[in-house]
Design a protein around this ligand. Structure first.
Ligand code: BG6
Length: 468
């Protein structure tokens, strides 16, 4: 099992969208922060030259800098450009891998990063082995990891032909997000939560991942996945696992993974009746989308976790494109007090914990305090543990750095990825037709019925506390 630092980064799919939006900015940040200095061999089948690749990397950095009102750090870019190499070739052609072997020169422990469709993972992995580029190497693969449980199993078996499990790094960039890690930290670095974090005290949990934008420019990719495969099977079930898992026995990858796996396996597989799928009006006009597409751009569902801790507690999850705002938020609603002493407390005004994961990071507890005056009446307030708007290390910077060092704590194991597919497997075949919704709304009307309590979905835009 390789434990030393990788000495080259091989980047398949380097002329693609992900490289432009996320990877070049992450590499640049690693140069600025940690002095990253290793050959970066980019591979694609685009007929480009090294100069064109450098230009594309520069454009990507200019784009990222502009979004922050900054300009490109030319000194750091010069270091990045000096380390870039380019191999152009077809992934099905052995000559591409002979050229890669040559470009690797003296590097012994490459990290192969596959930002390419999963259908190519097998052929690339086997070709790396044949060309002598897989020994002591690591491989990073992008999501989606398969299309369903059967294909994920097959993919795992294919990768295992060439790479042992500890050398396979399956990316879910949500796991590289600071506020997502904070869910785990906050729960287990404090004593007060554990006694109430169960069905005795928790009424329900809601997770909303709302995006104000649609799928322009990604129509053909999105048409092949839909919201369940794109964000539910991975990002949102991962968030659920961190919220609901038992305490790991240590902070090492194996202990964390063991508890997450137990939790994934306890999630009751979803049935069509648990799920509402929606599609925003206008989706079918997006380039790359079929005129009669039945792919969901919105999903809302009710999930149960069959453990002693969570028996009977509904986890309501929704995600969608073209919703009113962009935010990801978790609400853990606590039960109302067992007896009503003060007459103004309604179910919707009970305690809660609110974790806003993006765009800003907030951890807050909802509570009630007495209003001044003779009457025993109160107002809802929020006790804020953290409210932070400063940008953190990007998930890709964090995760690529971890993979180069060989630390797989924040990556998904073969067993976890399969267990997560098992949860959604029965609802992938579009038994329920998509329900239309207007762009800018909170999804189709049917989504409201997913939440069984009269309070319905929490509105992440709502004011959560009142002045006392
Ligand atoms: C990606 C999905 O994995 O995550 C996108 O493919 C989605 O559809 C994105 O927009 C959301 O990530 P983030 O970090 O912007 O919340």
């Amino acid at each position: 099992m390789p434990i030393s630092r990788s000495d080259a980064l091989v980047f398949f799919g380097a002329t693609g969208d992900l490289a432009y939006k996320k990877i070049f900015p992450a590499l640049q940040a690693m140069i600025q922060r940690d002095g990253l200095d290793l050959p970066i061999i980019c591979i694609a089948h685009s007929g480009w030259t090294l100069e064109q690749l450098r230009q594309r990397a520069h454009d990507s950095l200019a784009h990222a800098a502009k979004a922050q009102g900054a300009t490109v750090d030319e000194a750091a870019f010069a270091k990045l450009a000096a380390n870039l190499r380019y191999v152009d070739g077809d992934y099905n052609d052995p000559a591409t891998f002979t050229a890669l072997k040559q470009a690797l020169g003296n590097a012994q422990r490459p990290l192969h990063y596959l930002a390419i469709p999963p259908s190519l993972f097998g052929v690339v992995a086997r070709s790396l082995k044949r060309a002598g580029c897989a020994d002591q190497a690591r491989i990073v693969v992008e999501k989606p990891f398969g299309r369903d449980l059967a294909s994920a199993r097959k993919l795992n078996a294919t990768l295992h032909e060439v790479f042992p499990e500890p050398s396979i790094f399956r990316i879910d960039h949500y796991l590289g997000k600071e506020p997502v890690q904070n869910l785990l930290y906050f729960r287990f670095a404090n004593t007060v939560f554990e006694p109430v974090w169960n069905h005795h005290y928790v009424d329900s949990v809601q997770i909303t991942m709302a995006e104000q934008f649609g799928v322009d420019g990604r129509g053909s990719f999105y048409e092949g996945v839909g919201a369940i495969r794109d964000v539910l099977q991975n990002h949102l079930l991962q968030v659920t696992s961190l919220l609901a898992m038992d305490a790991p026995v240590g902070n090492d990858p194996a202990s964390l993974n063991a508890e997450k796996l137990r939790l994934f396996r306890a999630m009751r597989p979803l049935e069509p009746a648990d799920v509402v799928r929606g599609q925003f009006a206008g989706y079918r006009d997006v380039e790359g989308v079929a005129p009669d597409s039945d792919v969901e751009t919105f999903v809302a569902l009710r999930l149960y976790i069959d453990t002693w801790r969570w028996a009977g507690v509904p986890f309501y999850i929704r995600a969608g494109k073209n919703l009113p705002i962009t935010t990801t938020e978790v609400m853990v609603d606590m039960k109302t007090p067992p007896m009503s002493i003060f007459d103004d407390i309604q179910a919707a005004q009970s305690n809660y914990f609110r974790f806003r994961l993006s765009p800003e990071v907030v951890i807050a507890e909802g509570a009630r305090v007495k209003r001044p005056g003779e009457a025993m009446r109160g107002n809802p307030v929020e006790l804020v543990a953290r409210h932070d708007t400063t940008p953190e290390k990007s998930p890709y910077e964090r995760l690529l750095g971890d993979a180069i060092r060989g630390d797989n704590s924040l990556f998904t194991s073969d067993e976890c990825v399969e267990a997560a597919w098992a949860v959604v497997d029965r609802v992938l075949n579009h038994q329920n037709p998509v329900q239309p919704y207007a762009p800018g709304s909170w999804g189709p009307a049917g989504a409201a019925h997913v939440v069984t309590s009269p309070e319905g979905w929490h509105d992440p835009q709502a004011e959560t506390s009142e002045p006392c």
